[in-house]
Every structure is written in C-alpha cells, then in structure tokens.
Design a protein around this ligand. Structure first.
Ligand code: ADP
Ligand code: MG
Length: 720
C-alpha cells in the first residue's frame, strides 16, 4: 500500500456507515491511518484455560480472578423480587453462576445443555463463584464432543494451577485479545472489527516510512508487521516489539520535525540582511534601561546581550529563556523589543491567558511608552471598530509591540514588518502554534519564555535546536519566601498570621483545589481519596469574607468566571482595593502583584510540586519578606510528604524540578505531555527517554545526509 491510503476516510471501510464515521470524527478519528493507530489499552490473555475453580479463594475485597474456560449451561434460575436471571454453568473444575441483571434475554442465547466459551472476572459472593461481567461465544460444533468429555469426565479435583489447556481459537477466544477504548460509545467489538478490516485491506503491504538501516540497527520490525502485531500479536514479545517500533517512529518523526524546522529556518528566503551601519533612529534601549528603577542582574545582562546580538544577525534566532518565576525574564524580553524597534521592526508577545496577556500589556506600556514606543493589546474580546483601527495601525507599522492572547494568530492580523515573536509560558502552546507566529513576517526571530524548569537533557530533546538561556539569579534585595507547613485543623494560626500582614498594609492569596462544592473534577496530584470534604474556593471566599477577614475586601477568581470579571477582580487586587484574593490555580502563571506577601495554599497535598512552586512564586516579588503556607489534610501519601518537605527546604525551581524527577519519575514531563505541547499516541517520556535520544541522533543524522529530505518523500510529507 502507498501512504496516501492511510488518508482514506474511514467510511471507505466496509461496515462503517456515515453515522459511525461522524461519531468517530468527533473523537479525531478520520482516516484509515487513525484507525490503525488506535492502540489497544491492554491485551487480555485468552489463550489458555483458567478454570472456574481458580476463583474459589477470591472473596472480596480480594480482586476477582480472570477466568477463561469452556462451560456447559446447566440451569437458569430467577431470583429476587424482580426475577433476575442467573445462569448456572459448569466447567471441568467446578460450578459457578453468571448473574444477568436486567438481561433476562440471555436465557435464550445461552440455553441449557449447550457448551460455551466464557471469559469473565469471577469471585466468591453469596457462597458461590460468580460474575456479572462476562463474555461468551458458542463453542464451535466440531469441538463439542471433546470438551463435553472433559467437563464430565474430570469434573472433580482438577488442578487449578500450571499451564492450562489451549483454548480454541474463535472470534474473541484463544488469543491475546486486544482491548480497545470504547470510542464514541461504539462498543469494543465494533472497533475491533473496524481495525481488522483496516488491517486486512490496507495494513498488510504498507510501505515503511523509516529508513531500513535505522530499523536494522535497532532491531525494529517493519511498519506493516508492527501494525499487525499491535492489533493481532499472539505473544507478548510480538506486541512489545510492535510497540517499541511505534514509539520509536513517533519520536523519530518529532525529532525529524524539529530538525527540518531548524533546516528551514536556516535556509528561509528573504532573511533580512543585518543592518550594516548602526541604526540612526532613537536609542530606545538606552532610554528604557535608564528609566528602570533598578539595574539588571548579571544573568539578565548576559541574556540581553545574547538576544541583541542574535536579533541583529542574519539567521533568525530561536531561543528559549528559562528562568524561575520572578527572575525577570519579561523585562529582558521587553528590552529586546526596544532593540527590534531600533532596527525598524515590530514585535509581538503572546501569553496563554487573557489575564496574563493584559498584565504583560500593562507592564510593557509602563516600561516602553515613556521612551516613545507604542504598545497595543489584542485579545479575542476586542471587536468592531476598535479592532479594525488597531489592525490598521499595526499594518501601517505604527505599533511597535503587539501584546495578546492567541488572538494574535488570526489571519487578518498583519504586521508591516514583524521581526520578533515572543511566546510566554511557551509549554502551554503546541509546536505548530509557535511556528505560526514566525510565519507572520520574514526571517522572524523567535523568543520563548518558560518558568517551568525542565531538566536540561529533556529540554534539548523536546525543544529541538532552540538555544537556551537561563536566568538563575534573582533580582537583588529579594528575600527568599519563607515556607511553612500547617496541618489542616491548625489553619486558624495561619489566618491570624495573615491578618497581621494585612494590618501592615500587605495583601494575601488563598488558593484551593476546587471551584465549588459541586466541582467533582479529578483531584490534582496523587492524594488518596479524601474522607473529609475538600475546601473549595467559592465556599472559602464566603467564609473568609464574612467571618475571618470581615473588615477587609475579599475577592474571588476562578477559571469558570467570565474574562471581564477576572480582569476586574485582578485589577482591584493589583490596586490594593481587594486585599485578600481567593482563587483556584488560575493565579499560577505570571500574575505579578508586588504588594502581596502571603500565599496560603490549602489542601497543598493535592497539588504537584511544579504547581506549588509556581503558586509560591506569586509572592516574594519585592524587597518585602513574604510567606507561603502549605496547609495539608491528612492522611498524606509518602510522596506528598516528600514533596511538601522539599518545598519547605528549597526555593530553587531548577533544584525542585530535579527532585521531582527523582521522586516520581519525570513529573514535569507528564505536565508537559498533558499540556498538549507534546501529545504522543505511543510514547511516554517517563519511560522512553532512551529511545528519544536514539531517535534524535538518527533524525539529525538523516537531515545531515539529506537536508531537504529530497530522497525521503514520505518522511518529508509527514514532517512538513
Ligand atoms: P518573570 O517574567 O521572570 O516572572 P518579571 O520580568 O515579570 O519576571 O519580573 C518580576 C518582577 O521583578 C517585576 O516586577 C520586575 O519589574 C522586577 N524585576 C525584574 N528585574 C529586576 C531587577 N533586576 N531588579 C529588581 N527588580 C526586577
Ligand atoms: Mg513571567
């Protein structure tokens, strides 16, 4: 098969009607390729006999035992006031019951005296071995004689351990049965059939996108074998090999994509020549620097020099500034915008939320406007005439810096001469989004900022060819935030402490894991199921404002509020009208109110280390001594205990990231994977870093050999 067939729409598969196709499309499954990439969640071993007696010892709470056997139906019993059906079965080892709540029709399909293959999770309840979740298939006729003898002849005292007899191969028995996610409520059998059709029609002769040498070197099976074994593998080795191949392919394509982007960046047409003569225009950078009420730290100076050198060079820059919260990344980025303006080019700064974008716009305006630079703000909520005017000014080159949310991607947003794209909290955006911004001009420099410290080895591999600058030094005069732990029940002491801070004129944040008491969202973190109710932001805002801090204005902010409301509340908080801000993790990223000295996080055991550190970074943003209180509810898991201890002991985000890695594998990797920045079908970076490194080496080697991928059409098609 040729690669285009992978793109065939799913309704070309026999048995997939328009209704099914529509349902699957809603889940992102559009093509034959998508079907083939639907990975089984797990595989159920139905190859060997596991008799009913294997479940004879499994009394709840012991887990039920997966049984695979051949049974004779010996009776139908109706029980309870509603007359539910119970089907009594027997295999070579013992008898048991299939409980059919609300499925009395099964009496017809499972008649007394006949033999069936049965699989289900059995346990002992009400003094019998039973299950209510089971699957059956009629035993094929030619086998009935043999199995009848087996069931009848040796019904007593069969050994229950040791390798079982082979189960006959049927549609769902006698194999490692792939279990698929129940996509779009279609039912697993339907998915399974669809996958098999796709394999039969297209999968078997599929060409291999990966270079043969690479496959040989890593002992990976060819694509068609891998796909077949992924769905129909008959032993764990086949399945593992298939998985490994798919993981490798996914990582190889990611790396090749990064390598290819880097290649394109280097060879981009219309890359502006560096300005030979120093600019004659106004010296914006100097003016802005002189107006700052502080001097830059050494790290900031170093990074700014790097940036200034690169943005004036012929090759478009691609650089990431990593720096802990509050380390002063934004200031440096804005200075780079001033430099861009000197070079006669515009800049754009994009942030993941409207709140953050607006805050950046305010900061940028305050910093740049006095020097004569124009800053504008664009978000999805700007409409009509105001928007049209803004776009005109932008296209005419009268705006030096545009700050906004992803609204800045919109097609009609045009620059006269875009030179620099800055993306804040870049891990919240996908790879494609960040390159989209670069396409709004020619030879646009790319600057990413991230406060999520990720270990260097990983940064290298997931950011491709980005150069990384690190700001690790905090601005002078900053005192480290003091962190205290408090057990739930002792929070009054914390509240009293915060009151004394409020009395001195300072402000406080209170953060909760839930919006309201109805909020059933999955708890964050890995805390055990809670016995006592979980405090919510809404309920606590009520309590804090009506009782604890009656004499202060208390505000509430959470993710389900309208943007205008959030913005108004944030504005009131930064102006000091609201003194206590109660929230969910929406304040996690970037919010900057220097007058706030207290961060109280209740149910701290429910947040991950990175989130806690980000939250704590909201305070300690001035020369004032700040405090963070981690209020935890018991019982704590061992990991939660470690996490809180580490936080109490360290203020260094990079150190914390490393510790987090040690504690529970690459925790931040999970966060990054979930954020959509890296979404994998097969790979899991907490397991597959080894393969990632191999794939990277191979992909970059291939790009060296065939830079434009002229000899690798399929690969080129896959990565561009
Ligand atoms: P980040 O973007 O890394 O979180 P910001 O650039 O927003 O950090 O800076 C955090 C705060 O510190 C801001 O209020 C900023 O004005 C201030 N700041 C930045 N650099 C310095 C410095 N060198 N000295 C003192 N304050 C600084
Ligand atoms: Mg920031």
């Amino acid at each position: 098969m040729i690669r285009e067939q992978l793109d065939h729409p799913i309704h070309t598969l026999p048995g997939v009607g328009p209704k099914t196709a529509e349902k699957l499309a809603a889940q992102g499954i559009l093509s034959v390729g998508d079907v083939l990439n639907t990975t089984p969640r797990t595989y159920e071993d139905r190859r060997f006999l596991v008799p009913l007696a294997a479940a004879a010892q499994s009394l709840p709470p012991a887990p039920p035992v997966p049984v695979v056997t051949v049974v004779e139906i010996i009776d139908h019993v109706f029980f309870g006031p509603k007359g539910h059906l119970k089907i009594i079965i027997r295999d070579s080892s013992t008898t048991a019951a299939l409980v059919c709540f609300g499925r009395n029709f099964l009496a017809q399909s499972l008649p007394i005296g006949r033999l069936f293959l049965v699989a289900g999770n059995f346990s002992v309840r009400y003094h019998e071995i039973q299950t209510s979740a089971f699957e059956t298939e009629p035993l094929p006729a030619p086998l009935v004689h043999e199995w009848t003898q087996l069931i009848h002849g040796e019904s007593r005292a069969r050994p229950v351990d040791g390798p079982g007899k082979q189960i006959p191969r049927t549609r769902q028995f006698g194999m490692l049965l792939p279990r698929y996610p129940n996509l779009a409520g279609l039912g697993e059998q339907k998915i399974r059939t669809m996958v098999h059709k796709a394999l039969d029609l297209y999968g078997k002769n599929l060409e291999d996108p990966l270079p043969t040498e690479v496959l040989k070197q890593h002992h990976l099976p060819p694509y068609n074998h891998a796909l077949t074994n992924l769905h129909q593998g008959q032993n764990s080795q086949e399945i593992q090999q298939a998985h490994k191949r798919m993981v490798y392919q996914e990582l190889f394509l990611l790396q090749l994509n990064l390598a290819y982007q880097a290649y394109q960046r280097r060879t981009v047409k219309g890359s502006p020549k560096p300005p030979v003569q120093e600019t004659t225009g106004p010296d914006y950078t100097r003016q802005v620097l002189n107006s700052l009420p502080y001097t830059l730290t050494n790290d900031q100076k170093t990074v700014l020099e790097e940036l200034n050198r690169e943005v004036a060079g012929p090759v478009p820059m691609a650089r990431l500034i990593q720096g802990d919260v509050g380390s002063g990344k934004t200031v440096v980025a804005l200075l780079a915008c001033a430099r861009m303006a000197e070079l006669g080019r515009q800049s754009v700064l994009m942030a993941p939320t409207e709140l953050l974008a607006r805050q950046h716009a305010n900061t940028a305006h305050a910093m740049l406007a006095p020097a004569g630079l124009t800053v504008a703000f664009l978000s999805g909520s700007l409409n009509g005439k105001a928007r049209t005017m803004l776009l005109q000014e932008l296209a005419a080159g009268n705006i030096h810096l545009l700050v906004g949310t992803h609204a800045v991607f919109t097609r009609d947003v045009e620059f006269q001469n875009l030179g620099l794209s800055i993306v804040d909290e870049q891990h919240r955006f996908g790879v494609n989004q960040r390159t989209a911004l670069v396409k709004k001009g020619e030879g646009v420099h790319l600057l990413l900022m991230s406060a999520t410290p990720i270990p260097r080895t990983l940064a290298m591999t997931v950011y491709g060819d980005l150069l990384i600058s690190t700001i690790s030094e905090k601005p002078a005069g900053r005192k480290p935030v003091e962190t205290h732990l408090a057990r739930m029940g002792n929070e009054q002491k914390v509240y009293d402490f915060v009151r004394r801070q409020l009395e001195q004129g300072w402000q406080a944040y209170f953060v909760y894991p839930r919006i309201d008491d109805q909020d059933n969202s999955e708890p964050v973190g890995d805390a055990p199921a809670e016995k006592s109710p979980i405090k919510s932001a809404e309920a606590m805002a009520e309590l804090l404002s009506s009782q604890v801090y009656r004499d202060y204005r208390v505000g509430l902010i959470h993710g389900q509020m309208k943007d205008e409301e959030k913005i108004a509340t944030m504005a009131a908080f930064s102006q000091g009208e609201i003194r206590v801000l109660v929230s969910t993790t929406v304040v996690e990223v970037g919010v900057d109110v220097a007058n706030a000295t207290c961060m109280v996080i209740e149910h701290a055991e429910r947040f991950g280390l990175a989130a806690l550190h980000q939250l704590r970074g909201r305070v300690g943003r001035s020369a004032l001594q700040s405090y963070c209180f981690l209020v935890y509810a018991e019982p704590l898991t061992e990991i939660a205990v470690q996490r809180l201890k580490i936080l109490k002991e360290s203020n260094d985000g990079f150190l914390l990231a490393e510790k987090d890695l040690e504690l529970r594998g690459p925790g931040d990797i999970q966060g990054i994977q979930q954020s959509g920045f890296l979404k994998f079908t097969f790979a899991d970076l907490s397991r597959d870093m080894g393969l990632m490194n191999l794939a990277r080496k191979d992909a970059f080697a291939l790009m060296d050999k065939d830079p434009g991928l002229a000899d690798h059409h399929w690969l080129k098609w896959l990565v561009s």
